[in-house]
Design a protein around this ligand. Sequence first.
Ligand SMILES: N[C@@H](CCC(=O)N[C@@H](CS)C(=O)NCC(=O)O)C(=O)O
Length: 224
Amino acid sequence: MITLHGFAASNYYNLVKHLLLYKELPFQESLTYSGGDDWLSISPVGKVPAITTADGRHLSESSVICDFIEESYPAKPLYPADPGERAAIRQIMKIAELYLELPSRRLIPYAFSGKTAPKEIQTEVSKVLNRGVGAMQLLCKFSPWIAGDKMTLADIYVYYVNTIVNTFSASQLNRDILAEIPGMKAWTALMSESAIAQTVEADRVANMPNFMAYIKAQQPAPKA
Ligand SMILES: N[C@@H](CCC(=O)N[C@@H](CS)C(=O)NCC(=O)O)C(=O)O
């Protein structure tokens, strides 16, 4: 059986979990907030999520894990068979990761410590987000799925990327990024309707108090 390592407050963890549930694969969850040498033998850069495959191999990096699951368990396919069409799906996922998710993540430490990011960081992040928004405007079809009439891995991937983009660009940049991409809000609502998305969300909400306590414990004690 596959083991999914990590925690439910993580959007990266949740996109892999959504995929496992979609594929109807048996898996167990192993709660970890990362840390320690043992963890590095499972996830070499110490990040969440990681999986241990049914035959005992450890894998990290959410997009790599998704590809592994898709290739190992081809029932209910989420990539087109044609290599060019498959690459177009991966292109959407990669752009969402690099130009929407990662810049938005630069805002998280400010949000978690109750501060607003300095103006120069806001400007830098906004510039990268503008490129991501422009690309998504060009690439996303929302008819009704992100890349056309079939649901693909890009739907699952971008849906969970957007949870970070949405939260932190609103609170730190006063931007509603999803509204800047015509069709994305309606598609988000469509994605949220699925029973799987609702299960994943319920688990996320349940994990939040424990996760916030973990974050608080990581922060340095205030100076006396
Ligand atoms: N590129 C990684 C990013 C994963 C990531 O940043 N995970 C966060 C949790 S949402 C994490 O492990 N943070 C802890 C750390 O950076 O040490 C992926 O796609 O899996």
